[in-house]
Design a protein around this ligand. Structure first.
Ligand SMILES: Nc1nc2c(ncn2[C@@H]2O[C@H](COP(=O)(O)OP(=O)(O)O)[C@@H](O)[C@H]2O)c(=O)[nH]1
Ligand SMILES: [Mg+2]
Length: 267
């Protein structure tokens, strides 16, 4: 049986996907691991698929566009006991894969998240707005909603035991895949560890596929919908308390209904 499956989503990454595949195979050789590399292509218009195949990966393709759909396709193809997910743009260093394997194989963890915030983010690797606002905010919301203590929710470099896939069903199409898989794992009360990983800038002249606002919004939307207490119950309770307070103030206190009525005319 294959021990480790490395699954990489790939959309027009011909400059880097080959390097990533070679690094994964190098890790397998150096650590005596029976491993496979699966690259999930999604209609790349460049030579990504050929480059990945030549470097030694099994290339599968998914027709439905989006990183989430690509990952679902990859998961339906894996043969390994341990799964590592990593991008194919060579911003994460695949030589760091052994860091994930030790907690999964020897320390009883079910899921290991790679944290760029605990590692080193090289200059130019992450936009300032993502590093100090977007990712920090999304991770704080995630920890609050799902009772976790991770430091990098949007990281796309993580690993887990294959058995986890029997317990969760993945549905999201795009980059919200990361919030989906991590939230569903957190709800299963599985053992989660975190390891530091480094992040390098993208290769020159290659384009990121992520759109900060569109994809940030998708993460937020998923988290609220998957934690309906925070979408309905808690705001409902807050508005009820404010409503009751106003009603009692009008009935028994000094607040005059005319004053509230006059609020309508404030310009
Ligand atoms: N198969 C597939 N891969 C995708 C798609 N969108 C992004 N990717 C891959 O997902 C990884 C992360 O994308 P990237 O734009 O670098 O996002 P960021 O690293 O989160 O800023 C890269 O390896 C992309 O090639 C998609 O629609 N389909
Ligand atoms: Mg990237």
């Amino acid at each position: 049986m294959v021990d480790v499956s490395v699954v990489m989503p790939c959309l027009n990454e011909e400059k880097t996907v080959g390097i990533c595949v070679e690094k994964a195979i190098k890790v397998f050789k150096e650590n005596n691991i029976d491993g496979e590399v699966i690259v999930v292509d999604n209609g790349s218009t460049d030579n990504s698929a050929e480059v990945a195949k030549k470097a030694g990966a099994r290339v599968v393709s998914e027709e439905r566009k989006g990183k989430g759909y690509a990952m679902q396709k990859g998961f339906s193809e894996v043969k390994g006991k341990y799964i590592i997910i990593v991008d194919s743009d060579n911003t994460s260093n695949l030589l760091e894969i052994p860091k994930f394997l030790s907690p999964l194989m020897n320390e009883g963890y079910d899921f290991v998240n790679g944290s760029r915030f605990k590692g080193q983010i090289l200059p130019g690797a992450m936009p300032w707005l993502h590093q100090h606002v977007g990712n920090t905010f999304l991770t704080k919301i995630f920890n609050l909603f799902f009772h976790t203590n991770i430091s990098d929710m949007t990281s796309g470099f993580f690993g887990f035991k294959i058995d986890i896939l029997k317990k969760i069903e993945l549905k999201t199409a795009g980059f919200d895949f990361e919030s989906e898989i991590k939230a569903k794992i957190a709800k299963e009360n599985l053992k989660i560890a975190e390891v530091p990983v480094n992040l390098s800038p993208r290769e020159k002249w290659t384009k990121p596929k992520l759109n900060s606002f569109r994809d940030g919004w998708k993460h937020l939307r998923f988290m609220f919908l998957f934690a309906p207490n925070w979408l309905f119950l808690i705001p409902g309770v807050i508005f009820s308390v404010i409503g009751l307070f106003l009603i009692f103030s009008i009935l028994f206190g000094s607040l005059k209904i005319f004053w509230i009525y006059n609020l309508i005319f404030i310009r």
